[in-house]
Design a protein around this ligand. Structure first.
Ligand SMILES: C[S@@+](CC[C@H](N)C(=O)[O-])C[C@H]1O[C@@H](n2cnc3c(N)ncnc32)[C@H](O)[C@@H]1O
Length: 248
């Protein structure tokens, strides 16, 4: 994932690569500065040639390693470290709120300022997370935080736990407690493919959510929890089933 400013050119190169939002496609793109069209593309940051060239090595399915590779749902392929055609940008805010408020949970205090938590439109789903801005595909949120458990039966609440798989086996990240987790715990599950705009993936032992379909202003962020959770989700590819949300 591109980290904010990490790969910026030290010296400004006017012909160099840029990470841009392509508003026609609603997606992030790597683009040479000379092709940027005012009004269609919004520059996010400069990138070095070396960095752009190092992105997007295709990986055969049998060599997939979640420590080093990320699956691209558009190309249906694994890449090291991620797809060059569909780049990823890690969006986070260190301390989005300086609120002293004791009414906010620790998880709520981590919510980026461009998002809000309020009652979901999904029947019976409780709260959900909504966007105050347009978010293009390729933006990555996370990592998901929670209490690390080795026994799934110890998860305090149903539907708040991701299973992380590593070479030693697997463990669970339980975000039932809003004082031991972050804002991602408030994101609800899609019921139909057409509602899904986030896609969960594991990288370097962490769970992230990438924007898979652009999110309009006022849109609810919805992730697919995986078929273990029991929702009727259609159209998912086999490779997406690297992680599953744990139902109990
Ligand atoms: C990770 S939490 C999401 C945040 C939760 N809505 C809240 O207010 O804390 C998962 C829980 O939200 C509810 N939920 C998520 N998606 C749902 C859906 N599509 N329909 C009904 N309930 C849903 C279920 O109770 C589930 O256990």
């Amino acid at each position: 994932m591109v980290e904010p400013e990490d790969n910026a050119e030290k010296q400004h190169n006017s012909n160099g690569w840029r990470l841009v939002i392509d508003f026609e496609e609603g997606a992030l793109k790597f683009m040479k500065q000379k092709y940027i069209i005012n009004g269609t593309h919004q520059e996010i940051q400069s990138l070095s040639d070396k960095f752009v060239k190092s992105i997007g090595k295709p990986i055969e399915d049998e060599y997939f390693d979640s420590e080093k590779h990320i699956y691209c749902g558009f190309c249906n392929k694994y890449y090291e470290p991620f797809c060059r055609e569909h780049p990823l940008f890690h969006y986070y805010e260190k301390n989005p709120t300086n609120e002293e408020s004791t009414t906010l949970t620790a998880a709520e205090k981590t919510l980026p300022r461009v998002l809000s938590i309020r009652p979901s439109k999904l029947p019976g789903a409780g709260n959900g997370v909504f966007s105050k801005i347009f978010i293009p595909s390729g933006v990555v949120f996370g990592p998901y935080e929670g209490v690390k458990l080795f026994n799934a039966e110890k998860c305090a609440k149903e539907g708040y736990t991701w299973e992380v798989v590593d070479k030693f086996g697997s463990y669970f990240l339980d975000s039932s407690d809003p004082n031991q987790s972050n804002w991602l715990r408030y994101i609800n599950c899609t019921r139909r493919e057409s509602e899904q705009n986030l896609f969960a993936f594991q990288n370097g032992g962490c769970i992230y959510y990438r924007v898979y379909r652009p999110i309009r202003i006022g849109g609810e962020l919805l992730v697919w929890y995986g078929d273990k959770f029991g929702f009727d989700v259609i159209g998912q590819k086999e490779k997406a089933l690297q992680n599953v949300f744990h139902a109990s």
